[in-house]
Write a protein that binds this ligand. Structure first.
Ligand code: ACM
Ligand code: ZN
Length: 748
């Protein structure tokens, strides 16, 4: 009920509808929704008899999109006969904003704005044309005025872990432009491949663009194939892509990683390291200890590389990475230690900062600005640097409060390599859980900033890392439709956002995605399955909320027949629940495996705080569901750099026989199993954690105790150990479930 009211409110604010329209107002389905739209009487009948008048460059792009969606282009006309239907594209060259006006009249469609604005107006019109196919090609008359909320609206693509050819990169850029994004962050170098031709250093692509095999399956399995893999873009191809993007009002920000994530460069030129180490281009994912040395010859190399990069990319920004740089080699290197001494640096963190400052000075001298991942804050931020905040939002807050610009890309909202739906129905992904609803809920400007600091949040960006994304179809699957949610977050007025309303418009946009032959994910259409509390301890309830037109039935795994789902299902025992959802689109099966104990469903209090995306409800720890691997964020609570200490309310005196704690070990993602577990304050009887082969492990503490509240401490290992990703940084500790076995003390 509440949702319906909200939707009506949103619609009424958005659109002043004329009273006598003959069919649905399809402009109301635009994603991102516009600043203002006023419906008018009548419609424009769209078809191949329409001509385009006005700006040639824009007309060419419009026709290229129309070819993608409708399979034909429209003729260009200089002048228009009476009654001839036309689209008028008027580029106002002195308008450098991104705003536009789109007016649909009975015989004419007008799009006006600056170069970028007209592009965005054409993107809106392409949507209206697709929607009109459900309405005999009639586009309702409307006047739209529209402008973006944020100036930086980015999407990233990692072409290092897997390589994608120029034609696909162009298609990707078209998809970005059709949803009004304005920045393409091209991640061109990493441990697993160097993908940009550098004329002065040909081995970067002769050697560095090729690896002898790739990791297959999840990281933990450490399995590899031996199929040579690689590819790179010539400078000519790079120029072609940059021009293609520019024509679509998209700026391309290249990323050249340093000082870490540099294995492919080092494999090409071992002298770039501290010890002239000879390495292969990495086959596997994860961190590698050999990084660029801070000697002058390395800086000269990087400046030469950046000189060629600057020549190729007109972008004001050059991204230099800066993330996840292990410092072990610097600690042992006389040259690096000498750099520390002669520059009065405190430690290797300040050496990293020195590295970034030096590169920044070079970029600034060429009129360019530096962007780096939030690690560039460590040891002191370079004077003009822009921070890309990926490890949560703290990096962005630190940047903005110190007067620096920031672009927000926190993993839990903006990492599109995370799962977006039920794991058993999704392709293997990096881990984490970022469903479209989560993306849609993102507010890029942190509440804690004052009005001056807020101006430094330029916008946000989706990141698409490709460790587990091997082909173009899968890129599209991970991108779409989550891109639509981010597009609206960044373009539209956040005070009018409403997920239910968005989901309805998403359904209309499926028409465009189908016209574009995009392999988009349908994960958002699955029923919502939640575990909710029951009145009794030892029980929980499974609540299912179907989407419209879905019929849901369920059964225990060992039962023969499905029953229609009516009310939340009481879960009193361990076992598998199967949920079947049928709609006219598809039939899917969803599963929940319950591991129940007398403590299941009990109240839990945190004595140390969880953090960020992993500050999930405490009830997760006793919901009867042990999180799986690869992990999906919502099943885990995460603590960073500290012990996990929780208190379970056992509902009166309880005689505890044993306690099971389920935890995760995924060092490549900075997640480490606890060192030990103990009950109450009895650290003397702590049980050391012993890991098996799998990532999800259970530690059992069998200390007999009678208590009504049970304190469980899971000792953190503290920092990420040397030799793992993020060595020396605070590590995460993930716990999914705590099961207490025993019985009520008075039932002895
Ligand atoms: C990152 O995801 N390593 C920036
Ligand atoms: Zn060195």
């Amino acid at each position: 009920m509440k949702n319906i009211r909200l939707r009506l409110q949103v619609l009424s604010v958005l659109f002043c509808l004329a009273s006598s329209l003959t069919f649905a107002q399809k402009e109301s389905d635009l994603v991102p929704f516009p600043t203002a739209a006023e419906g008018n009487r009548g419609h424009f009948l769209f078809g191949q008899d329409v001509v385009i008048v006005g700006n040639n460059a824009s007309a060419e792009i419009f026709n290229s999109w129309l070819l993608m969606t409708n399979g034909y282009a429209l003729p260009k006309a200089e002048s228009v006969a009476k009654k001839q239907k036309a689209i008028y594209l008027t580029v106002e060259n002195n308008d450098t904003t991104e705003s536009y006006r789109l007016t649909v009249k009975k015989n004419a469609i007008y799009i006006q704005g600056g170069r970028a604005g007209v592009m965005h107006g054409m993107a809106s019109l392409i949507q209206l044309i697709s929607f009109s196919k459900e309405h005999k090609n009639r586009i309702a008359c409307v006047t739209i005025s529209d402008a973006p909320a944020f100036s930086y609206r980015g999407v990233h693509l990692d072409v290092c872990r897997h390589f994608f050819p120029v034609d696909f990169v162009k298609r990707y850029i078209d998809l970005l432009a059709l949803y009004k994004m304005n920045t393409f962050h091209w991640h061109l170098t990493d441990d697993q491949g160097w993908r940009i031709e550098i004329k002065k250093y040909p081995l970067l692509t002769e050697v560095g663009a090729w690896r002898k095999g790739s990791m297959i399956g999840p990281y933990r399995n450490q399995q590899f194939d031996s199929i040579p893999y690689g590819g790179f873009y010539t400078q000519e191809q790079i120029r072609e892509v940059v021009a293609y993007a520019k024509a679509r009002a998209i700026n391309v920000v290249p990323e050249i990683e340093m000082p870490g994530h540099s294995t492919a460069a080092i494999a090409s030129y071992p002298w770039l390291t501290c010890k002239d180490t000879v390495v292969d281009v990495a086959r596997g994912w994860g961190g590698f200890p050999d990084v660029f040395c801070t000697k002058d010859s390395t800086f000269n190399f990087l400046q030469d590389v950046l000189t060629e990069v600057i020549d190729l990319f007109p972008s004001k920004y050059i991204h230099i990475g800066g993330d996840e740089c292990p410092k072990e080699r610097w600690k042992e290197c006389p040259v690096c230690q000498n750099t520390i001494t002669t520059n009065n640096l405190k430690d290797e963190a300040e050496l990293q900062s020195y590295f970034i400052h030096r590169i920044e000075a070079f970029l600034n001298s060429k009129g360019k600005n530096l962007i780096g991942w939030d690690e560039i804050l460590e040891g002191g931020l370079a004077p003009n640097a822009t921070v890309m905040s990926w490890r949560g939002i703290d990096g962005g807050i630190a940047a903005a409060t110190s007067g620096h610009d920031a672009i927000m890309t926190p993993g839990s909202y903006c990492y599109f390599d995370h799962y977006q739906g039920e794991k058993n129905l999704e392709p293997l992904a990096f881990g984490g859980y970022t469903p479209i609803e989560k993306v849609y809920s993102y507010q890029p400007v942190p509440d804690t900033l004052n009005s001056d600091q807020r101006k430094h949040i330029l916008g946000a960006q989706a990141n698409l890392w490709t460790e587990y994304i091997t082909d173009q179809k899968q890129i599209e699957y991970m991108l779409m439709p989550r891109l639509l949610a981010l597009s609206e977050v960044l373009w539209s007025d956040s005070t009018r956002r409403d997920y239910k309303n968005f989901e309805d418009r998403l359904h209309s946009n499926e028409r465009l995605l189908k016209d574009l032959k995009v392999n988009y994910a349908k994960s958002f259409m699955r029923p919502l399955i939640e575990v909710v509390k029951s009145d009794e301890m030892g029980e929980v309830q499974l609540k299912i909320t179907p989407k419209e037109h879905q019929h849901v039935a369920w059964k225990w795994g060992d039962a023969s027949d499905f029953k229609k789902y009516k009310n939340p299902i009481e879960i009193e025992r361990s076992g598998l629940i199967q949920v079947r959802s049928i709609s006219d689109r598809d039939t899917v099966m969803l599963f929940r495996k319950f591991d129940m104990a007398p403590s299941s469903g009990c109240n839990v209090k945190l004595l140390t705080n969880t953090k960020g995306a992993y500050a999930n409800p405490t009830s997760t720890l006793t919901d009867g569901i042990v999180g799986g691997y690869p992990w999906s964020g919502k099943q885990w609570l995460g603590w960073i750099g500290k012990d996990a200490v929780v208190e379970l309310d056992l509902g009166g005196d309880f005689s505890v026989d044993s306690v099971q704690v389920w935890h995760l070990d995924e060092p490549s993602s900075w997640i480490h199993a606890p060192a030990s577990v103990y009950l109450q304050d009895d650290s003397l009887h702590s049980v050391p954690v012993v890991l098996g082969k799998s990532a999800v492990n259970c530690t059992t503490v069998s200390t007999p105790i009678t208590a009504s509240t049970l304190k469980v401490t899971m000792k953190s290992i503290g920092k990420n150990p040397v030799g793992t990703n993020g060595a020396g940084e605070n590590g995460w500790l993930f716990v999914s479930e705590i099961l207490v076995y025993g019985h009520k003390a008075n039932k002895e």
